[in-house]
Design a protein around this ligand. Structure first.
Ligand code: DI6
Ligand code: FE
Length: 403
């Protein structure tokens, strides 16, 4: 008797299954796929007879990991800030640039000027760079519209990406990202009149998988974020938060009190916040690209997170201001070199823990019942993925079992 399906053979699997030893490595392995899901994984010599008649594809003894998950991006946005980057390196101050319409405001202006189609077209080259490095799931945030129409358009663009590329998309509503110019000095008014009504409208249209915010002196207070989270709770949506990036306002603790999926950035997180995250099962999302770009010196408290057993995810934060970066492999290298993550923590950060940060239990490791989203690498050992800088060893990407 033969099962309908397909078997990938002659591979080394980094299953990342807990308790299976470093990386959950299985040598001389095979993976059987049925209807887009992993139906069996293990040593090829033990392949069940039911799969023996299936079509087989040899992967030439390459390493197979779960498809990578970029769990924090702003990949949909209009324009870029290269001119501002150049002006800053020629001596212009951040204030001068802000007065000249630079900074986040310039991205809001460019995003408002773009149609949904234009937002998709601008995002696709960035998505392509991610796919080329084995990404199979990407989270995409709104937050550069800051008015109802543009916030909805950003999320519509995010939802449209899988029509153009073989990628799975998860969305986050980030209406509480910045106060737009027309509400300058009136953040409360923006939350009540724009952010919350827009969240409701986006949810009605099925555009929202989770609700995010930016809790910071230059953005929104814990009280304002709590108002947005209360609305998320009424709508039955999970929350997450940009917390403790530039200072400590207790954002991670607030997020944990709402059972947040994740608290992200967290350079200024303290022991109190770590304990609250551990208690709530909130994932720590580490974003070394923003740390690097902003020349930050305060390190996220990795030792405290490890000691408390808080899972750490790793992402690009791909955005035009603080992280103009599409390389998740580079984020892995930065996580190791800048923050002393181990290469195994870095790989878990872009697979199993990335999935957990998105509230997804159907992907992120190689186990029966998981989506057959795989990355095939021309490397002998998984540590090579985080080790090299600016080198892409991807051999193939398999999504839902299809090469
Ligand atoms: N934190 C960041 O680093 C980015 N957004 C956020 O909440 C910055 C966004 C930008 O500068 O465009
Ligand atoms: Fe971000």
């Amino acid at each position: 008797m033969t099962t309908e399906g397909h078997v990938f053979t002659e591979l080394r699997a980094a299953t990342l299954v807990a308790g299976a030893g470093p990386y959950g490595l299985v040598d001389a392995a095979a993976i059987a796929v049925v209807e887009g899901e992993i139906a069996w994984v293990g040593p090829e010599s033990e392949l069940p007879a039911a799969f023996e008649g299936c079509p087989k594809t040899s992967l030439g003894n390459r390493l197979v990991t779960p498809g990578l998950i970029d769990c924090h991006t702003h990949v949909v946005h209009g324009g870029n800030r290269a001119a501002e980057f150049e002006m800053r390196l020629n001596g212009a101050s951040y204030e001068e640039l802000a007065r000249a319409g630079g900074g986040i405001v310039s991205t809001v202006t460019a995003t408002r000027a773009a149609t949904v189609e234009a937002l998709v077209a601008q995002a696709l080259p960035r998505i392509d760079a991610m796919l080329a490095e084995g990404v199979t799931t990407v989270e995409v945030k709104s937050g550069y519209g800051l008015d109802q129409e543009t916030e909805l358009n950003m999320l519509r663009a995010a939802r449209a990406l899988p029509e153009h590329r073989a990628i799975r998309v998860v969305t986050s509503f980030l209406g509480a990202h910045a106060v737009p110019a027309e509400y300058s000095g009136n953040a409360d008014g923006y939350i009540a009149e724009v952010c919350i009504p827009t969240l409701r409208a986006a949810h009605r249209e099925g555009l929202v998988d989770a609700v995010d915010g930016f809790c910071e002196g230059i953005a929104f207070s814990p009280t304002q974020i709590a108002q947005v989270f209360d609305e998320a709770r009424r709508l039955g949506l999970p929350v997450k938060l940009h917390a403790e990036q530039l200072s400590n306002l207790g954002g991670a603790k607030l997020a944990a009190s709402y059972g947040a999926l994740s608290a992200d950035h967290i350079e200024y997180l303290d022991g109190d916040g770590v304990a609250a995250m551990a208690e709530a099962g909130t994932v720590a999302v580490i974003l070394p690209g923003a740390f690097y770009t902003l020349r930050e010196t305060q390190m996220p408290p990795l030792d405290l997170l490890r000691a408390a057993g808080v899972p750490m995810a790793l992402a690009t934060d791909c955005n035009p201001g603080s992280a103009p970066m599409t390389s998740l492999l580079l984020a892995m290298n930065m996580g190791c070199t800048l923050f002393r993550m181990t290469p195994e923590e870095a790989l878990c950060g872009v697979t199993s823990h990335g999935a957990q940060a998105l509230g997804l239990s159907d992907r992120g490791c190689l186990a029966v019942g998981q989506l057959a989203d795989l990355a095939v690498w021309d490397v002998a050992h998984p540590a090579e993925l985080a080790y090299r800088i600016g080198f892409n060893p991807l051999y193939a990407r398999i999504i839902g079992g299809s090469l």
